[in-house]
Design a protein around this ligand. Sequence first.
Ligand SMILES: Cc1cc2nc3c(=O)[nH]c(=O)nc-3n(C[C@H](O)[C@H](O)[C@H](O)COP(=O)(O)O)c2cc1C
Length: 332
Amino acid sequence: MPPEAAHTAAESALGVPGFWNLLRVGNGGGNPLLKTNLAGIDLPTPLGMAAGFDKDCKVLGSVLNLGFGFTTGGTVTLGPRPGNQKPRMVRLPERKAVMNSLGFPGQGLGPAVERLSRASKHKDRVLISISGTIEDEIIECLRRAQPLVAGIELNISSPNTSGLRVFHEPARLRRLIEDLVSIKNVPLFVKLPPWPRNDENRRELLKLAATAVDAGVDGLVIANTHPVESRLLQVGRGGLSGAPLFEHTELMIADIQAQVQGDVAIVACGGVSTAEHVWRLLAIGASAVELYTAFIYEGPGLPARINKRLSKLMKAAGISSIGEIYGDPPQL
Ligand SMILES: Cc1cc2nc3c(=O)[nH]c(=O)nc-3n(C[C@H](O)[C@H](O)[C@H](O)COP(=O)(O)O)c2cc1C
Protein backbone atom coordinates (compact mmCIF):
# COMPACT_ATOMS: atom_id res chain seq x y z
CA MET A 1 0.00 0.00 0.00
CA PRO A 2 1.42 3.47 -0.80
CA PRO A 3 2.62 5.19 2.40
CA GLU A 4 0.03 7.96 2.40
CA ALA A 5 -2.80 5.45 1.87
CA ALA A 6 -1.37 3.33 4.72
CA HIS A 7 -1.38 6.41 6.91
CA THR A 8 -5.00 7.18 6.09
CA ALA A 9 -5.90 3.55 6.88
CA ALA A 10 -4.10 3.75 10.23
CA GLU A 11 -5.89 6.99 10.99
CA SER A 12 -9.27 5.42 10.19
CA ALA A 13 -8.48 2.44 12.43
CA LEU A 14 -7.41 4.71 15.27
CA GLY A 15 -10.59 6.70 14.71
CA VAL A 16 -12.59 3.89 16.36
CA PRO A 17 -11.90 4.98 19.94
CA GLY A 18 -13.87 2.22 21.71
CA PHE A 19 -11.38 -0.42 20.62
CA TRP A 20 -8.22 1.56 21.43
CA ASN A 21 -9.66 2.52 24.81
CA LEU A 22 -9.46 -1.16 25.71
CA LEU A 23 -5.69 -1.08 25.23
CA ARG A 24 -5.26 1.57 27.91
CA VAL A 25 -5.09 -1.08 30.62
CA GLY A 26 -2.07 -2.91 29.19
CA ASN A 27 -0.08 -0.04 27.71
CA GLY A 28 2.52 0.13 30.48
CA GLY A 29 1.87 3.85 30.84
CA GLY A 30 0.29 3.54 34.27
CA ASN A 31 3.50 2.56 36.05
CA PRO A 32 4.27 5.32 38.58
CA LEU A 33 8.02 4.84 37.89
CA LEU A 34 7.56 6.50 34.52
CA LYS A 35 5.85 9.68 35.73
CA THR A 36 7.62 12.79 34.63
CA ASN A 37 7.31 16.52 34.21
CA LEU A 38 7.96 18.41 31.01
CA ALA A 39 8.30 22.16 31.55
CA GLY A 40 5.53 22.06 34.14
CA ILE A 41 3.34 19.52 32.30
CA ASP A 42 2.79 16.34 34.35
CA LEU A 43 3.00 13.24 32.16
CA PRO A 44 2.51 9.54 32.90
CA THR A 45 5.49 8.61 30.69
CA PRO A 46 8.17 10.65 28.90
CA LEU A 47 7.39 9.10 25.49
CA GLY A 48 5.34 11.21 23.10
CA MET A 49 4.05 11.00 19.56
CA ALA A 50 5.86 13.54 17.38
CA ALA A 51 4.14 16.11 15.16
CA GLY A 52 3.00 14.99 11.73
CA PHE A 53 1.19 11.76 12.58
CA ASP A 54 -2.07 13.37 13.66
CA LYS A 55 -1.92 16.50 11.54
CA ASP A 56 -5.60 17.40 11.86
CA CYS A 57 -5.99 16.24 15.49
CA LYS A 58 -8.35 13.41 14.51
CA VAL A 59 -7.05 10.60 16.75
CA LEU A 60 -5.59 12.29 19.85
CA GLY A 61 -7.28 10.02 22.43
CA SER A 62 -6.52 6.77 20.60
CA VAL A 63 -2.83 7.66 20.29
CA LEU A 64 -2.69 8.35 24.04
CA ASN A 65 -4.44 5.07 24.81
CA LEU A 66 -1.68 3.17 23.01
CA GLY A 67 0.69 4.24 25.79
CA PHE A 68 2.12 7.54 24.65
CA GLY A 69 2.49 9.91 27.58
CA PHE A 70 1.59 12.79 25.31
CA THR A 71 0.78 13.43 21.68
CA THR A 72 1.64 16.33 19.41
CA GLY A 73 -1.19 17.27 17.07
CA GLY A 74 -0.43 19.17 13.86
CA THR A 75 1.53 20.83 12.41
CA VAL A 76 -1.48 23.09 11.99
CA THR A 77 -1.46 26.29 9.95
CA LEU A 78 -4.07 29.04 10.07
CA GLY A 79 -5.71 28.17 6.75
CA PRO A 80 -6.08 24.83 4.99
CA ARG A 81 -3.13 23.82 2.76
CA PRO A 82 -2.93 21.21 0.02
CA GLY A 83 0.75 20.42 0.68
CA ASN A 84 3.24 19.53 -2.03
CA GLN A 85 2.71 17.37 -5.10
CA LYS A 86 2.75 13.57 -4.74
CA PRO A 87 4.71 11.36 -4.37
CA ARG A 88 5.65 13.14 -1.16
CA MET A 89 6.19 10.26 1.26
CA VAL A 90 8.52 7.33 0.56
CA ARG A 91 9.35 4.39 2.83
CA LEU A 92 12.94 3.11 2.97
CA PRO A 93 12.26 -0.20 4.79
CA GLU A 94 15.82 -1.52 4.67
CA ARG A 95 16.91 1.53 6.67
CA LYS A 96 13.73 1.76 8.78
CA ALA A 97 13.48 5.31 7.50
CA VAL A 98 11.04 7.55 5.66
CA MET A 99 11.51 10.51 3.34
CA ASN A 100 8.72 13.05 3.18
CA SER A 101 8.06 16.30 1.44
CA LEU A 102 4.47 16.70 2.59
CA GLY A 103 4.64 20.45 3.20
CA PHE A 104 1.88 20.74 5.81
CA PRO A 105 -1.19 19.34 4.03
CA GLY A 106 -4.02 19.94 6.43
CA GLN A 107 -7.46 21.31 7.05
CA GLY A 108 -6.22 24.36 8.95
CA LEU A 109 -6.77 25.71 12.43
CA GLY A 110 -10.61 25.79 12.49
CA PRO A 111 -11.27 22.04 12.22
CA ALA A 112 -8.29 21.26 14.48
CA VAL A 113 -9.62 23.58 17.19
CA GLU A 114 -13.05 22.00 16.90
CA ARG A 115 -11.58 18.51 17.42
CA LEU A 116 -9.39 19.71 20.27
CA SER A 117 -12.50 21.04 22.04
CA ARG A 118 -14.22 17.69 21.61
CA ALA A 119 -11.12 15.93 23.04
CA SER A 120 -10.91 18.24 26.04
CA LYS A 121 -10.60 15.33 28.50
CA HIS A 122 -7.16 14.67 26.97
CA LYS A 123 -6.11 18.32 27.09
CA ASP A 124 -3.45 17.81 29.78
CA ARG A 125 -1.46 15.50 27.50
CA VAL A 126 -1.85 17.18 24.13
CA LEU A 127 0.64 19.53 22.53
CA ILE A 128 -0.22 21.30 19.32
CA SER A 129 2.38 22.07 16.68
CA ILE A 130 1.73 25.34 14.88
CA SER A 131 3.45 27.03 11.99
CA GLY A 132 3.18 29.55 9.22
CA THR A 133 5.24 31.99 7.24
CA ILE A 134 3.64 35.15 8.61
CA GLU A 135 3.89 36.16 12.26
CA ASP A 136 0.24 37.20 12.62
CA GLU A 137 -0.95 33.81 11.42
CA ILE A 138 1.20 31.97 13.94
CA ILE A 139 0.09 34.27 16.74
CA GLU A 140 -3.54 33.60 15.81
CA CYS A 141 -2.89 29.83 15.91
CA LEU A 142 -1.42 30.10 19.41
CA ARG A 143 -4.20 32.38 20.64
CA ARG A 144 -7.00 30.06 19.52
CA ALA A 145 -5.38 26.71 20.30
CA GLN A 146 -3.81 27.38 23.69
CA PRO A 147 -6.98 27.14 25.82
CA LEU A 148 -7.37 23.58 24.51
CA VAL A 149 -3.88 22.11 25.00
CA ALA A 150 -1.13 21.53 27.56
CA GLY A 151 1.55 23.16 25.45
CA ILE A 152 2.43 24.66 22.09
CA GLU A 153 5.20 23.51 19.77
CA LEU A 154 6.28 26.18 17.30
CA ASN A 155 7.57 24.52 14.14
CA ILE A 156 10.11 26.63 12.28
CA SER A 157 11.97 23.63 11.00
CA SER A 158 10.09 21.65 8.38
CA PRO A 159 12.44 21.35 5.41
CA ASN A 160 9.40 21.04 3.13
CA THR A 161 7.69 24.37 3.42
CA SER A 162 9.21 27.26 1.59
CA GLY A 163 9.07 30.41 3.64
CA LEU A 164 9.71 28.88 7.08
CA ARG A 165 13.38 29.73 6.82
CA VAL A 166 12.57 33.39 7.49
CA PHE A 167 12.49 32.36 11.15
CA HIS A 168 16.03 31.03 10.97
CA GLU A 169 17.07 34.66 11.09
CA PRO A 170 17.72 35.23 14.81
CA ALA A 171 16.24 38.77 15.01
CA ARG A 172 13.04 37.66 13.29
CA LEU A 173 12.74 34.55 15.47
CA ARG A 174 13.32 36.61 18.60
CA ARG A 175 10.52 39.04 17.71
CA LEU A 176 8.11 36.21 16.93
CA ILE A 177 8.87 34.35 20.16
CA GLU A 178 8.66 37.49 22.26
CA ASP A 179 5.23 38.21 20.76
CA LEU A 180 4.09 34.65 21.48
CA VAL A 181 5.54 34.71 25.01
CA SER A 182 3.65 37.93 25.77
CA ILE A 183 0.28 36.23 25.20
CA LYS A 184 0.94 32.59 26.02
CA ASN A 185 -0.40 30.89 29.12
CA VAL A 186 0.88 27.36 28.47
CA PRO A 187 4.49 26.19 27.95
CA LEU A 188 5.93 27.11 24.56
CA PHE A 189 8.43 24.83 22.79
CA VAL A 190 10.35 25.57 19.61
CA LYS A 191 11.19 22.71 17.27
CA LEU A 192 14.54 23.30 15.62
CA PRO A 193 16.08 21.90 12.48
CA PRO A 194 18.94 19.43 13.00
CA TRP A 195 22.48 20.78 12.75
CA PRO A 196 25.44 19.06 11.19
CA ARG A 197 28.36 17.97 13.34
CA ASN A 198 30.99 20.49 12.33
CA ASP A 199 30.48 23.49 10.21
CA GLU A 200 29.21 27.01 10.13
CA ASN A 201 25.62 25.80 10.07
CA ARG A 202 26.07 24.15 13.47
CA ARG A 203 27.12 27.41 15.05
CA GLU A 204 24.23 29.25 13.39
CA LEU A 205 21.65 26.77 14.62
CA LEU A 206 23.04 26.72 18.14
CA LYS A 207 22.79 30.51 18.06
CA LEU A 208 19.16 30.14 16.98
CA ALA A 209 18.55 27.87 19.97
CA ALA A 210 20.18 30.44 22.27
CA THR A 211 17.98 33.16 20.76
CA ALA A 212 14.84 31.09 21.39
CA VAL A 213 15.86 30.47 25.02
CA ASP A 214 16.70 34.12 25.56
CA ALA A 215 13.36 35.19 24.06
CA GLY A 216 11.55 33.12 26.68
CA VAL A 217 10.63 29.67 25.37
CA ASP A 218 10.04 26.93 27.93
CA GLY A 219 11.57 24.16 25.88
CA LEU A 220 13.32 23.09 22.69
CA VAL A 221 12.40 20.12 20.53
CA ILE A 222 15.55 18.68 18.93
CA ALA A 223 14.94 18.09 16.06
CA ASN A 224 12.94 17.92 12.85
CA THR A 225 13.72 15.69 9.84
CA HIS A 226 17.12 15.86 8.15
CA PRO A 227 17.08 17.60 4.74
CA VAL A 228 17.74 15.24 1.83
CA GLU A 229 17.55 15.36 -1.94
CA SER A 230 15.78 12.54 -3.77
CA ARG A 231 14.24 11.95 -7.16
CA LEU A 232 11.72 9.64 -5.50
CA LEU A 233 9.95 12.73 -4.18
CA GLN A 234 8.10 14.82 -6.75
CA VAL A 235 9.60 18.08 -5.47
CA GLY A 236 13.11 16.58 -5.50
CA ARG A 237 13.90 17.05 -1.82
CA GLY A 238 12.42 16.48 1.61
CA GLY A 239 13.17 15.33 5.13
CA LEU A 240 14.65 12.02 6.26
CA SER A 241 13.36 10.44 9.48
CA GLY A 242 13.76 7.17 11.33
CA ALA A 243 16.58 4.89 12.41
CA PRO A 244 19.50 6.63 10.63
CA LEU A 245 18.87 9.74 12.77
CA PHE A 246 19.34 8.31 16.25
CA GLU A 247 23.08 8.63 16.69
CA HIS A 248 22.94 12.23 15.54
CA THR A 249 20.02 13.01 17.86
CA GLU A 250 22.20 11.89 20.78
CA LEU A 251 25.01 14.19 19.68
CA MET A 252 22.66 17.14 19.30
CA ILE A 253 21.10 16.64 22.74
CA ALA A 254 24.58 16.59 24.30
CA ASP A 255 25.44 19.75 22.35
CA ILE A 256 22.33 21.63 23.35
CA GLN A 257 22.43 20.48 26.95
CA ALA A 258 25.97 21.87 27.27
CA GLN A 259 24.63 25.16 25.96
CA VAL A 260 21.36 25.61 27.85
CA GLN A 261 22.54 23.94 31.08
CA GLY A 262 19.04 23.12 32.29
CA ASP A 263 17.55 26.59 31.65
CA VAL A 264 14.79 25.09 29.49
CA ALA A 265 13.34 21.64 28.94
CA ILE A 266 14.66 19.56 26.06
CA VAL A 267 12.51 17.18 24.04
CA ALA A 268 14.58 14.75 21.97
CA CYS A 269 13.24 13.54 18.61
CA GLY A 270 14.80 11.59 15.77
CA GLY A 271 15.28 7.87 15.20
CA VAL A 272 13.98 6.66 18.57
CA SER A 273 12.61 3.11 18.50
CA THR A 274 13.56 1.37 21.78
CA ALA A 275 13.47 1.89 25.55
CA GLU A 276 17.28 1.91 25.47
CA HIS A 277 17.14 4.90 23.09
CA VAL A 278 14.75 6.69 25.42
CA TRP A 279 17.02 5.91 28.38
CA ARG A 280 20.10 7.31 26.57
CA LEU A 281 18.39 10.56 25.65
CA LEU A 282 16.95 11.10 29.14
CA ALA A 283 20.38 10.28 30.63
CA ILE A 284 22.00 13.15 28.71
CA GLY A 285 19.43 15.75 29.63
CA ALA A 286 16.20 15.33 27.66
CA SER A 287 13.02 15.69 29.73
CA ALA A 288 10.92 13.82 27.19
CA VAL A 289 11.28 12.00 23.89
CA GLU A 290 9.11 12.01 20.76
CA LEU A 291 8.98 9.47 17.93
CA TYR A 292 7.05 8.95 14.73
CA THR A 293 8.80 6.82 12.08
CA ALA A 294 9.43 3.83 14.36
CA PHE A 295 5.66 3.72 14.95
CA ILE A 296 5.17 3.22 11.19
CA TYR A 297 7.53 0.20 11.21
CA GLU A 298 6.85 -1.31 14.64
CA GLY A 299 3.09 -0.75 14.82
CA PRO A 300 0.63 0.31 17.53
CA GLY A 301 2.16 -1.92 20.24
CA LEU A 302 5.42 0.07 20.22
CA PRO A 303 4.70 2.64 22.96
CA ALA A 304 3.48 -0.10 25.33
CA ARG A 305 6.64 -2.16 24.68
CA ILE A 306 8.87 0.86 25.29
CA ASN A 307 7.04 1.79 28.51
CA LYS A 308 7.30 -1.73 29.89
CA ARG A 309 10.96 -2.16 28.98
CA LEU A 310 11.87 1.28 30.32
CA SER A 311 10.26 0.35 33.66
CA LYS A 312 12.22 -2.91 33.62
CA LEU A 313 15.50 -1.11 32.93
CA MET A 314 14.80 1.32 35.76
CA LYS A 315 14.04 -1.50 38.19
CA ALA A 316 17.23 -3.33 37.13
CA ALA A 317 19.23 -0.14 37.73
CA GLY A 318 17.57 0.29 41.12
CA ILE A 319 16.15 3.73 40.37
CA SER A 320 12.68 4.94 41.15
CA SER A 321 12.15 8.05 39.04
CA ILE A 322 12.81 9.22 35.49
CA GLY A 323 14.96 12.08 36.80
CA GLU A 324 17.47 9.59 38.24
CA ILE A 325 18.29 8.02 34.87
CA TYR A 326 21.97 8.44 34.02
CA GLY A 327 24.76 6.67 32.16
CA ASP A 328 24.26 3.64 29.92
CA PRO A 329 21.11 1.51 30.26
CA PRO A 330 21.67 -1.75 32.14
CA GLN A 331 22.15 -4.85 29.97
CA LEU A 332 19.17 -7.14 30.42
C1 LIG B 1 5.43 11.71 7.26
C2 LIG B 1 6.00 12.70 8.26
C3 LIG B 1 5.35 13.90 8.47
C4 LIG B 1 5.86 14.83 9.38
N1 LIG B 1 5.19 15.99 9.61
C5 LIG B 1 5.66 16.86 10.54
C6 LIG B 1 4.95 18.04 10.86
O1 LIG B 1 3.86 18.32 10.33
N2 LIG B 1 5.49 18.87 11.79
C7 LIG B 1 6.68 18.62 12.41
O2 LIG B 1 7.12 19.40 13.26
N3 LIG B 1 7.35 17.48 12.15
C8 LIG B 1 6.88 16.61 11.24
N4 LIG B 1 7.56 15.46 10.99
C9 LIG B 1 8.83 15.22 11.69
C10 LIG B 1 8.64 14.38 12.95
O3 LIG B 1 7.83 15.03 13.89
C11 LIG B 1 10.02 14.09 13.60
O4 LIG B 1 10.62 15.31 13.95
C12 LIG B 1 10.95 13.36 12.66
O5 LIG B 1 10.25 12.43 11.87
C13 LIG B 1 12.07 12.62 13.43
O6 LIG B 1 11.53 11.67 14.31
P1 LIG B 1 11.38 10.10 13.93
O7 LIG B 1 12.71 9.66 13.40
O8 LIG B 1 10.99 9.45 15.20
O9 LIG B 1 10.33 10.04 12.89
C14 LIG B 1 7.06 14.53 10.08
C15 LIG B 1 7.71 13.31 9.85
C16 LIG B 1 7.21 12.40 8.97
C17 LIG B 1 7.91 11.08 8.75
